[in-house]
Design a protein around this ligand. Structure first.
Ligand code: MNH
Length: 529
């Protein structure tokens, strides 16, 4: 991987003010490489597709090295992905979350909700303290039965599609699943997603605002009213719809009294343990929207990528399936503790989140003047974006075969052997994801249920296409399913061996990041872990 640092400097005079925003806080910005060809006003846009800013940045990262900068549409950004640099940015004494870019664009809709709050806003600490118990182990146990009930609606739907000889729409159905899960567990609400042919209007409106927020990043500020007029109007309508849906939901709860001790109950009733303060009605609205948005797109993407990789690697799917059969046995409905015991399934999920962390970047700012990794002076307030998919591919940490899908990277010993702060799909520090355990429990449960019930058939013609709208998702992924016979659980060995045999007939393609393991290493034949 070339890490060019020369030949990238161009003259930076005669650029409009504000264009060099990043330079304000980076006294030695000139030492940070950028792409060689720069276009006045537009910046580094040659060969750049505004629908794929992330994947373009990944390409630039490979050329420019562990820290680079990129100019687009009137703004300049510093990107970091080298493991040592990212680890330094994780130092909470010198750095904190930066609310900028995509996150800041969500402020109109999510305000000072947990995800979009500035560090100094009092509502962050208040909501964090009030809601953190909603993500404790005990709380998860309470959500488990509801998660299972929603997952059974998914399998019901997939059974019907399969019986009708149809393939299934993976990202579409995972989005239904995760939306229903957060709506049920968080707010006792049912969007009826599986009973609809098209996405619930709430989802359409939400995707609309996310897409709009991303587009705002790629249009020069002064041109927004010009270029995005009709989009802005639709965005305003989307926001009105989102707010109204949430207000109705909250009003219904207030009329009904308490729910089942879900997140909404906590938001409405819980007083801060020390100050006795409660969330305001306006803030509750922001939090509900925050959780509905943050709580489902990312998990849906994570499940979709995991299913993509499982379908592409029958030997890995067989090993995961064997684990589910062994741990769950004939249990019709797995209990809470039985999900945590799916260690290999969890590794499949981790490995999917390594290659495609579905919230693919987070921003860190210096809380005082400091020097990044002993090398790059930063003034207080200067910030950088951590490019997680590239951090997760840093060859110095993950090896030269970092592109290869291999869940064994997350075996306990392998994890211990890696330096800290090298795997960050949930961000870092005080502002890291509050829903991490929630997402992992939900996704592991669902993968377990699906592996136990179906064999996955990949469409050999499908090539992974990653669509970006602040989060990432495998676009157009459809899978064929074969219902496993009821008695199959007793025939684990046989099914696993058959899957292995099948995988050996797949010819790996050169440059294919997902080509199956060699048959010699067929992991199913190893003793169960
Ligand atoms: Mn989540 C913050 C990724 C699932 C609710 N989440 C973050 C951040 C990342 C992230 C990265 C930090 C962003 C930043 O630093 O700017 N989240 C994920 C991923 C998944 C996920 C990859 C699933 C997989 N998140 C969930 C779920 C919920 C949730 C599920 C809710 C039920 N996430 C949040 C909230 C925050 C957050 C709320 C903001 C936390 C804070 O700043 O206090």
């Amino acid at each position: 991987m070339a890490r060019t640092t020369e030949t990238t400097e161009t003259r930076e005079t005669e650029l409009p003010k504000g264009f060099r925003s990043a330079e304000l806080g980076w006294p030695e910005l000139d030492r940070i490489p950028h792409p060689p060809r720069r276009v006045p006003l537009l910046g580094d846009v040659l060969g750049v597709n505004r629908r794929t800013p992330l994947q373009d940045s990944m390409r630039l990262a490979r050329d420019l090295g562990p820290v680079f900068r990129r100019r687009a549409f009137g703004k300049e950004f510093v990107f970091v992905w080298g493991a040592a640099l990212a680890a330094d940015l994780a130092d909470e004494n010198r750095f904190a979350k930066h609310v900028g870019l995509g996150v800041a664009n969500l402020r109109p809709i999510a305000g000072d909700g947990l995800f979009t709050a500035y560090n100094h806003e009092p509502n962050w600490q208040l909501a964090h303290d009030v809601l953190a118990p909603g993500f404790s182990r005990e709380a998860m146990e309470g959500y488990h039965a509801m998660m299972l009930a929603v997952a059974e609606r998914l399998t019901g739907h997939w059974d019907r599609e399969t019986a009708a000889g149809r393939t299934v729409d993976v990202p579409g159905d995972m989005t239904k699943l995760t939306l229903e899960t957060i709506a049920r567990t968080g707010f006792g609400h049912d969007f009826g997603s599986f009973e609809r042919d098209r996405p619930h209007p709430f989802v359409t409106a939400m995707v609309g605002t996310l897409t709009y927020a991303q587009r705002l990043n790629s249009v020069p500020g002064p041109l927004v009213p010009l270029l995005l007029r009709s989009a802005a109007r639709r965005n305003a309508a989307d926001m009105t719809y989102l707010n109204r849906t949430v207000d109705d939901l909250v009003a219904a709860r207030r009329r009904a009294g308490r729910g089942e001790g879900d997140l909404l109950d906590r938001m409405l009733d819980t007083a801060h343990p020390r100050t006795g303060e409660k969330l305001s009605a306006e803030n509750v609205r922001k939090q509900v929207i925050t959780f509905l948005v943050a709580g489902h797109e990312t998990t849906s993407g994570a499940l979709s990528f995991a299913l993509y990789y499982l379908a592409r690697h029958p030997e890995i799917a067989a090993r995961a399936r064997a684990e589910v059969d062994r741990v769950w046995g004939d249990t019709e409905r797995p209990a809470y503790e039985q999900v945590a015991k799916l260690r290999y399934v969890r590794r499949v999920l981790d490995e999917s989140l390594r290659l495609w962390p579905t919230a693919p970047a987070y921003a860190r700012e210096a809380v005082r003047d400091t020097v990044l990794a002993g090398d790059h002076p930063m003034r207080r307030g200067a910030w950088a974006l951590v490019l997680t998919p590239m951090l997760h591919r840093d060859p110095e940490v993950w090896g030269e075969d970092a592109e290869r899908f291999d869940p064994d990277r997350f075996e306990a010993g392998a994890v211990r052997a890696r330096p800290p702060h090298t795997f960050k799909p949930f961000g870092t520090g005080a502002r890291a994801c509050i829903g991490r355990q929630f997402a992992l429990h939900e996704a592991t449960l669902v993968l377990g249920l699906l592996l136990r019930r179906y064999e996955l058939r990949a469409d050999p013609a499908y090539r992974l296409k990653v669509i970006e709208r602040l989060t990432v998702m495998p676009e157009g992924l459809r899978l064929g399913l074969d219902r496993r016979p009821e008695g199959a659980r007793g025939r684990v060995e046989h099914a696993a061996a058959a899957a292995c045999a099948r995988s050996t007939t797949t010819t790996p393609r050169p440059n294919d990041d997902t080509s199956p393991h060699s048959p010699a290493g067929c992991p199913v034949h190893r003793p169960a872990d």
